[in-house]
Design a protein around this ligand. Sequence first.
Ligand SMILES: NC(=O)c1ccc[n+]([C@@H]2O[C@H](COP(=O)([O-])OP(=O)(O)OC[C@H]3O[C@@H](n4cnc5c(N)ncnc54)[C@H](OP(=O)(O)O)[C@@H]3O)[C@@H](O)[C@H]2O)c1
Length: 277
Amino acid sequence: MSQLPSVLTILVTGASAGIGRITCQRLASGKHRFVLAARSADKLTELASELERAGCEVLAVPTDVSDSHALTKLVEASIQRFGRIDVLINNAGIECFADFDTLTFEEIQATVATNLTGAILLTRLVVPVMKQQRFGRIINMASTAGKHGPAFGAVYGATKAGLIAFTQSLRGELGPCGIGATAICPGFARDGGIYDDIVRATGRRTPPLLGGTTASKVARAVEKAIRSNPPEMILNFPALRPVFLLRDLLPRVGEKIILAATRKFLKRAAASRNAGK
Ligand SMILES: NC(=O)c1ccc[n+]([C@@H]2O[C@H](COP(=O)([O-])OP(=O)(O)OC[C@H]3O[C@@H](n4cnc5c(N)ncnc54)[C@H](OP(=O)(O)O)[C@@H]3O)[C@@H](O)[C@H]2O)c1
């Protein structure tokens, strides 16, 4: 794979809040060029000013990733301003933890369009640019929910499992073209993001057996993934890879352990969401 440019042009979706925002703040020390995308124009402008103060060049493009025309405009604007895209961080995402049969078609469609189709379409637009450069890094913000479909999070888990498989395919196909891809799989991440909303709604943190991570650790992992192009990073304490390994070897035993650690918390999250509807 070609060498990492010292100043990268980084396109980040879901940059306006949570993990996306914290990741941009972390990467800003590299004085990179940023293209920030999310729907909230005001929050993007605020982050853009902060990154510019840190010495970065920034383009903020208010974008709904579930709108394919908006994605085309996003890539066109990025190329017009910076002429290249070195790193694509597909981070925009929404959750829909709920009893599966209470989800509306609209909620299901929005979740798939935001978390999975949007990432696939945007990557489809960016890969030709990366091929021409003979360099690129695609970082897909998946989840541990993609490693084992969570109870009460069927659609969310399906989108994240889709992102993991998508990443594996991209690596196999595009590695020889100098393009890397990594699936980042955080557990519940404190300090900004979806998990904090769940904690606010339920009044409960995850049980110790399930644990979690932090948005700052996720940001650090993204930085490392850009440098070293690993296939997949699972971020959680306690470590979950051995549990997934056990689940693959002994599916019933593994499933029992996973459900014992997660089901009650996730049921509570779903109930609080149903109550808020
Ligand atoms: N926090 C966690 O516990 C956790 C754990 C595992 C994985 N993740 C994943 O990490 C990613 C970031 O999550 P987070 O916790 O940081 O969530 P968050 O704080 O709610 O931020 C989500 C980001 O996605 C953007 N977004 C949502 N819908 C969008 C759309 N249609 N078009 C463009 N942007 C959109 C939001 O911006 P606008 O509203 O301005 O559009 C926001 O910037 C997600 O993919 C999530 O699934 C999070």
